[in-house]
Design a protein around this ligand. Structure first.
Ligand code: C2O
Ligand code: CU
Length: 433
């Protein structure tokens, strides 16, 4: 499915920023049906699900070490639960129905209370029938600020999403179809970015927190109008910030950029034909005293030391899907030949053990593999430790080693974040005792 081309009215974006909220306890996060202006103003509206009246839900902002204390109120008409993606969380608060909590039925509530140990860019989203509930809008940003945040003029969250909607704005009601599940997932017909701020000055230093909240689409991304560095991936600071080249961001992945604005900031999805513009941050005025300090590496608060010889040396084969042959039956995808959650964990680790896992994508599609409750190192081809992530992208037929120190006790999901793949088998779980 290709993306419809639309011209952006910059004013249309202003209606869509996630409202920031004050977090005086008790804070209620209420999931409910909402109406959203996904298409530019003047085009139709879309019936969605959201939190506290909007999709995306409110931007939740905390300081490293804070406690999140929130009542989740479910009013969407079916069961749900909230997962706090990327947080090194207390297992009971991880929000996975059937594994860490009972489902929160419509009309019921659940109290989430946990500490936020690491600064970074995270997000929250439904973890029940997520291929539909997240696609309908049940997500929002969760930002944990450093104790001493790097100095910037604006800290801007930018969510990237696509929607499968008609030109009228109506949702195409084809959730959960087998064709999407067995191919690349439910790709949208319309894509854009949702920045939390829409106007900056030339010379301003900005921190952009990109979050791919799409259920299936891997976004290639070019950002014009900025000079600076990628400073963190999946919330974890990089030892050496990277240049802002052409970027690639898989579902659920995050990327922090610190950069100086030289002109209108444009978010461009390069396609084989013309580039597709996903939105912009306009420039008005001039910063009279732009920052001239270097964009250094941020602190790295969490950097577990893996054992040089791992306690476990494992392989996980990603299998199935269309053109994948092998796996028949109702379940379309599998991990090491097993489709869906089994009663027993794939592996049990003693707290603190190191595992090296060779991820082998035997399929014809990309997958973004996400581990709950932990971050892991991607290994560079020469075997050295690369960036820490909670979601790693494997292109078709690609192999990657990851190393994880399993230091958080509990039952943790390991699954594809192409949410239709997760729904049709590409998931398992591990236990840390
Ligand atoms: Cu962001 Cu199991 O999910
Ligand atoms: Cu997948």
């Amino acid at each position: 499915m290709t993306l419809n081309r639309r011209t952006f009215l910059t004013t249309s974006l202003a209606l869509l920023g996630a409202p920031r909220v004050s977090l005086a306890a008790p804070f209620v996060l209420r999931a409910e049906p909402v109406t959203a202006q996904i298409l530019p103003v003047g085009d139709g509206v879309t019936q969605m699900l959201g939190f506290n009246g909007s999709t995306p839900g409110p931007e939740l902002r905390f300081r490293e070490g804070d406690t999140l204390d929130m009542r989740f109120d479910n009013a969407i008409g079916e069961g749900s639960a909230v997962h706090w993606h990327g947080i090194r969380i207390d297992n009971a608060m991880d929000g996975v129905p059937y594994l860490t909590q009972t489902i929160v039925e419509d009309g019921e509530y659940f109290d989430y209370r946990f500490t936020l140990p690491d600064a970074g860019t995270y997000w929250y989203h439904s973890h029940n029938r997520s291929w539909e509930q997240v696609a309908r809008g049940l997500y929002g940003p969760l930002i944990v600020e450093e104790k001493t945040p790097p100095k910037v003029d604006h800290d801007i969250t930018v969510m990237i999403d696509d929607w499968r909607i008609e030109r009228t704005g109506d949702t195409i009601e084809d959730f959960g179809n087998r064709h999407d599940f067995s191919h690349a997932g439910r790709l949208g017909t319309f894509a854009k970015v949702i920045p939390s701020m829409f106007e900056v000055r030339r010379g301003d230093r900005v921190r952009l927190r990109l979050i791919n909240v799409a259920t299936a689409r891997v976004f290639p991304l070019e950002i014009a109008g900025l000079k600076g560095k990628v400073v963190a991936l999946d919330g974890m600071p990089l030892d050496t910030p990277q240049d802002i080249g052409p970027l690639m961001i898989a579902p659920a992945q995050r990327m922090d950029i610190i950069a100086d604005v030289s002109e209108t900031v444009k978010f461009i999805f390069p396609t084989r034909q013309d580039p597709y513009e996903m939105g912009e941050i306009i420039v008005r005025g001039e910063n009279p005293s732009p920052s001239s300090t270097n964009i250094e590496a941020l602190l790295r608060p969490y950097a577990p030391q893996p054992a040089t010889t791992p306690d476990h040396d494992l392989t996980m084969a990603l299998q199935g899907g269309a053109m994948g042959g092998a796996h028949g039956g109702d379940d379309i995808w599998s991990l090491n030949g097993v489709s869906g959650l089994s009663d027993d964990p794939w592996q049990t680790f003693k707290r603190g053990e190191t595992a090296r896992i060779k991820l082998v994508n035997e399929t014809s599609f990309p997958h973004g593999i996400h581990l709950h409750g932990h971050h892991f190192y991607e290994l560079e081809p020469d075997g050295t430790l690369g960036p820490m992530r909670d979601t790693t992208l494997l292109q078709r037929q690609e192999t990657r080693d990851i190393v994880c120190v399993f230091d958080n006790p509990g039952k943790w999901l390991l699954h594809c974040h192409m949410l239709g793949h997760q729904a049709s088998g590409m998931k398992t779980w591990v236990q840390v005792t």
